[in-house]
Design a binder for this molecule. Sequence first.
Ligand code: BES
Ligand code: MN
Ligand code: ZN
Length: 471
Amino acid sequence: MKMTLKNGNIKSASKSFVRISLTDKPKGTKKFVRQNGIETLEIGAGKPSEMNLRKFIILCRAIVNTAKANKCKKIAIQFDRTLELFKNLRSVTPEHISQLAAENFEMANFDFNLFKTKPKEGWDIVEDVYIYGKFSLEVEEAVKKGQEIGKAVNACRILANTPGGDMTPSILAKDAKNAVKGLPVKVTTLDKKQIGKLGMGAVLGVAKGSTEEPKFIVLEYKGGKGKPVVLIGKGVTFDSGGLNLKPSNSIYEMHMDMSGGASGIHAVALAARLKLKQSVVGLIPAVENMPRNNALRPGDVLTSLLGKTIEVLDTDAEGRLILADALTYAKRFNPSVVIDIATLTGAVISALGLYASGLLTRDDALAEQLVRDGEISGDYVWRLPLWDEYEHRVKGTFADLKNVPGGSTSRYGGATDGGMFLWQFAKELGCPWAHLDIASRMTSAEGDELAKGAAGTPVRLLIRFIEQNAV
Ligand code: BES
Ligand code: MN
Ligand code: ZN
């Protein structure tokens, strides 16, 4: 969508624009009126005294969705009026509000229609946003930046929404290259032979059940002189469960099991696009988890890249296996911090519901920062325990480790078990590490004001985090 900023009043906008006027009526109210001969769409924003950043994010999306539903392709918004909503919140800067507005306008304007026939009258989207009023150059910059962030979130959503048949490990590798075209990002893709030669037995093990060969995608952006932030994204392009096949009602959305990988790819691309002064590496182990005749069997033992052996009690706990090898591989980049992002467990959905991702780390400072960055960006995260008490659950019976506890308590605290398994590898890194279980935010939820399908989590959080770590 085009966003134009103009210091001035509504008169400077062409007649084809519909003015958006925010009222203090409750959220959800809308009304068309004519004010001084200008077509105006009044949208309820609630009482200014009750406004906060969370509500503002939803309001921005609701503005675009209301415009779309009423076929307003061009809308005009008065900037200083929007700021008035925040007159009670002195900690919020005009720049941050502008960035958030632009991000969320873009996110709400997105629909996944790659596989739909275009209607004669075109898609219902907002083509033009005209922002008028009085504002600084910094605000203009913030709007541009917000747009880039929103577009990166949407690009991530396209990858995640693409059906499993059209999104294999090889295609994901190609899409990673496409995502950074023209940007100073180096992409290297390791193929099955190289993965095997390195000794990534866990990646190979998961990939065995599929005719699609595994790929290990490496993206490198050198924006600063310091140690890089390493992002590891789970890239399971389809998770059938393997021989521990998922039941019908659990298998449907499993083409989105590469959402972590997609967010990693687009976070690195975005860091480069925004010219952030921080080096970032993205590692995406990409596999398809399928149950063909020579698939991984429950009971099989894998030797990871680290050398630790793993009993596979459940082939459906595949994400932690491929991430284990990626965590070991991360060490060669001498990272300042490692964050892995994965749709790892259904259990995190049971624990947190649909409005926060799980955060598991042994590092309190890192946890605090990620919770704070989550709150500010809109990608909310909530911490779950990763205490010693849980560690015995991933110790193996016939190997060093097992990928799930097994037995009658296996269902309990599954998000922590996933994190605890990863910790067995992350502890060798010698730098802070956090695990984000984004299964709960894989798709948009009721009230999000986002299109059905992938939510693009947590690109906004990651970019905020990288920015804060810039040196
Ligand atoms: N990809 C799934 C987790 C998932 C579930 C993501 C629902 C998004 C929505 C993961 O690989 C998985 O299958 N996890 C198992 C772990 C279990 C076998 C310990 C699960 O959650 O059931
Ligand atoms: Mn699985
Ligand atoms: Zn999975």
